[in-house]
Write a protein that binds this ligand. Structure first.
Ligand code: BJW
Ligand code: ZN
Length: 244
């Protein structure tokens, strides 16, 4: 099971692309990159501050709940591109590697030092308000004095190798690969269903629109994740420990 921003849309978390998917007039490529952070760290931190604030008021929807129940039932972690933590929240049982979601692009609530690279979760980080001056001195700092950045994966950055290897292992071993609420544009995540297909899995896509994955999917379920996913997973279609 691979998920993207669409699974959280009905929880009130904006997607990256498509209607309502933009923050001001910026595309994700304008903000989610090391180059953007280097040239305007205040702007990038404002975007993340806005998102941290918004997401901390969101709760899992019926799709997250059904996926969490499926993970428990099949002892299979969901692979997610989302950084909002809503899959974990729905699971409510952190610390179990068999079911803990694999957050391929990191977490909105993590920070990493740009100097010593120390990484930690910090939900209480002082936000960078819209009215803040553009002085980088006002940005969050590590104890070592280095500038903190969000612990997420930006364009051009490598994904965690161990996480990615585990994802390959999971999708290569599944018989059904469910792909939910992603535009299937961003690699290497978008390549995972193709790995599953190459090893014989059936691809089922759940989305409100067509994506580049649609033509190669075995089945396309058109509709919002919060209604399609509970119906699909409660049906027992992928409940025999073989789905992913
Ligand atoms: C609903 C719904 C509802 C709405 N129900 N559905 C191969 C080919 C081409 C390019 C590349 C390639 N390999 C690598 C690249 C480059 C690049 C890339 O993929 N570019 C493409 C855009 C062209 N990839 C990278 O740079 C990656 N790194 C890399 O490859 O490194 C190589 C390297 C190796 C060694 C050393 C150094 C480098 C990194 C990619 C990181 C992506 N990061 C972001 C930001 C994360 C942090 C943050 O959140 O701020 O991840 S970008 C953004 O896009 C975010 C998302 O996880 C990701 C995917 O978006 P997603 O989830 O699909 O959301 P949307 O908005 O696009 O789509 C939502 C979907 O939901 C839509 O389809 C809706 O219809 C649907 N929907 N409501 C169901 N209710
Ligand atoms: Zn540091």
């Amino acid at each position: 099971m691979l998920t993207g921003a669409g699974v959280s849309a009905e929880s009130g978390v904006p997607t990256f692309r498509g209607p309502g998917g933009l923050w001001r007039s910026y595309r994700p490529e304008d903000l989610a990159s090391p180059e953007a952070f280097a040239s305007d760290p205040v702007l990038v931190w404002r975007w993340y501050s806005w998102r941290r604030d918004l997401v901390s008021r969101c709760v899992p929807n019926a799709a997250h709940e059904a996926i969490a129940a499926w993970s428990r039932r099949t002892s299979t972690p969901v692979i997610t591109q989302n950084v909002d933590g809503l899959h974990s929240l729905a699971l409510g049982r952190p610390g179990d590697p068999d079911v803990d979601p694999i957050e391929l692009h990191g977490s909105l609530f993590g920070v990493r030092c740009t100097a010593c690279r120390d990484e930690k979760e910090d939900r209480t980080l002082e936000l960078v308000p819209d009215g803040a001056d553009r002085n980088p001195e006002s940005l969050p700092r590590c104890e070592c004095g280095g500038l903190l950045r969000p612990a997420v994966v930006w364009f051009g950055e490598a994904l965690d190798e161990a996480k990615l290897a585990r994802c390959h292992e999971i999708v290569a071993g599944c018989s059904v690969c469910l792909v939910v609420g992603t535009s299937s544009l961003v690699y290497p995540a978008a390549g995972l269903p193709k790995v599953a297909q190459a090893t014989g899995a059936t691809i089922i896509e759940v989305n409100v629109t067509e994506t580049p994955l649609t033509p190669i999917s075995d089945k396309s379920l058109r509709g919002p994740a919060s209604s399609v996913i509970p119906a699909l997973l409660d049906d027992g279609n992928t409940s025999k420990g073989q789905g992913s």
